[in-house]
Design a protein around this ligand. Structure first.
Ligand SMILES: Nc1ncnc2c1ncn2[C@@H]1O[C@H](COP(=O)(O)OP(=O)(O)O)[C@@H](O)[C@H]1O
Ligand SMILES: [Mg+2]
Length: 487
């Protein structure tokens, strides 16, 4: 299995520079393996080939180990490891949204002591001490003091590969007639499955979900895929107006009902006759209006403001709320009888942070939706997608849509939407989540580290292994958390 960037690897300027310097400074060879440590794009170093006696040999098991570690820890930056034959491997991870996609590695060098490599060779390939000595002496040397520079070069190449990756968007296997509803996450599939039944019925529907999750989109889908499609679809947000104005808007008023009511005005319920009425934020409706709405649901009639004759309408009602209506009923903030009338069929739309797997698909959907030019829309890069996926999206799909629109404007003629085009608000959250949460995490992290160091009398290797992290990472965390340098 090849990693998707294979073809671009050699063409990347950072890769070319790293390769050149690694060769010139230490005689090392740069390669790329897939997320399992196989599928090499560059074969190994001449040393590896003479050790293994195979052209194109690479330190397969060592690379697999490295890949497994990266896949598990998701640590960034390059590490140095010894392969089975005692050669150094400098390796850095390439991550995609779904996990580790590849490993960029430099091989072929040994440490300053040839004896270590000789021992490795005798143990693993069973050569004679003389053969081992010859091979070890011929191998180029990567001195320990140079590890940081070699690691930086490999890490820079890996970062370039990661940035250049086109975002991978898995094709969906989920097909349904609601083309406007994009998503493949289990929760979305559940909603859509229910929709196919809901559209055939006339039942009142309650859509529950945070703002921007797609409640109105679903309400529209119910209307336009159902038998009332040719009749009006009317939307009114119940938190938009004060009570009097909302009552007039919904139910209309008769001439003289109040100062300024110079003639009869039909309300939105009359306009919606035969069609569907989407009542958004129904939880914000006053107690008085809740009574009037209940009557519409029970008898199909209502009284215009100041009117004396009830008006009859045939309207399907879809209500939405971001509040938990059952909870409001329990606290006497919403009429129980109305709740049961409205809650006949309930659809719950999950927030975007609970369907992260759909972010790539949705991002691409909005690129297509908002790209107006006749030229092909810019590609979404892996680096941009990585930022989009890491953000918690408090504003849900609406916020993602705005972000994609903004990125398209920024992109101008560019053929790619890069990570740097992601707004600082979205990209910034990746490094710094909500303040209180960050503080919370920092506090418990610091206490776990101090306790581990205490148990090990300040020995960082011991503490790191207790905590299941590398010593380097422990040190970085200590520095970041201001835990001093003792031990
Ligand atoms: N599953 C989805 N697929 C495609 N677009 C969506 C989806 N969910 C929401 N949107 C889009 O996101 C925006 C906000 O959705 P909306 O229905 O207004 O949310 P809500 O009513 O819950 O506040 C709209 O432009 C809508 O078309
Ligand atoms: Mg809405």
């Amino acid at each position: 299995m090849r990693i998707p960037v294979a073809l671009t690897f050699d063409g990347l300027p950072e890769v070319a520079v790293a390769r050149d310097l690694l060769r010139r400074w230490w005689g090392l060879e740069l390669g790329l393996a897939d997320g399992k440590g196989g599928g090499y794009e560059r074969t190994s170093h001449a040393t590896c080939e003479s050790v293994r006696g195979i052209a194109g040999a690479a330190c397969a098991s060592a690379l697999t180990d490295v890949a497994t570690t990266f896949a598990k820890t998701r640590e960034r930056g390059a590490i140095v490891k010894l392969c089975h034959a005692g050669l150094t491997i400098v390796a850095a991870p390439v991550y995609g949204v779904a996990g580790l996609l590849g490993v960029v590695y430099a091989t072929g060098g040994r440490g300053t002591d040839p004896a270590a490599m000789e021992r490795g060779l005798i143990a693993t390939i069973g050569c004679t001490p003389d053969e081992a000595k010859t091979l070890a002496e011929a191998a180029p040397v990567l001195p320990e003091a140079d590890h940081p520079r070699a690691r930086d070069l490999v890490a820079a190449a890996a970062a370039a590969v990661e940035r250049a990756l086109p975002a991978e968007i898995a094709p969906t296997t989920f097909s349904h007639p609601f083309n406007e509803i994009v998503g493949d996450a289990p929760a979305v599939r559940d909603v859509v499955k229910l929709l196919t039944k809901v559209v055939k019925s006339e039942a009142t529907v309650l859509v529950h979900g945070e703002s921007g999750t797609g409640k109105e989109l679903i309400a529209r889908a119910i209307h336009y895929h159902g038998p009332r499609a040719k009749k009006p679809f009317i939307v009114q947000n119940c938190s938009a107006f004060n009570d009097n104005l909302l009552e007039s808007a919904l139910f209309g008023h008769v001439r003289g009902a109040f100062t300024g009511a110079v003639k009869d005005q039909p309300g939105l319920f009359q306009v919606a006759d035969g069609g569907t009425f989407f009542l958004d934020e129904i939880g914000d409706m006053s107690a008085a209006l809740q009574v009037k709405l209940l009557r519409v649901l029970q008898e199909g009639t209502f009284m215009p403001v100041g009117g004396t004759k009830p008006v009859r309408v045939d309207v399907r009602i879809i209500a939405a709320s971001h509040k938990d209506l059952a909870n409001m009923v329990a606290h006497k903030q919403f009429r129980e009888d109305l709740f049961y009338r409205v809650n006949v069929l309930k659809l719950t739309v999950p927030p975007l942070r609970e369907r992260v797997s759909d972010i790539p698909r949705l991002a691409q959907h909005f690129i297509n939706k908002h790209w107006r030019a006749t030229t092909p829309a810019p590609r979404l890069s892996q680096s941009a997608l990585a930022r989009l996926v890491a953000y918690p999206w408090p504003g849900n799909i609406r916020e993602l849509e705005n972000e994609m629109e903004r990125m398209l404007v920024l992109a101008g003629d560019a053929t790619e939407l890069t990570g740097s085009m992601v707004s600082t608000r979205v990209a910034g959250m990746v490094a710094a989540p909500a303040k209180s949460l960050r503080d919370e995490i920092a506090t418990s992290e610091a206490s776990a580290i101090t306790q581990a160091l205490g148990r090990h009398l300040g020995d960082r290797d011991g503490a790191a292994s207790d905590l299941g992290i590398s010593r380097a990472y422990l040190e970085a965390r200590c520095a970041a958390l201001g835990l001093g340098s003792g031990g």
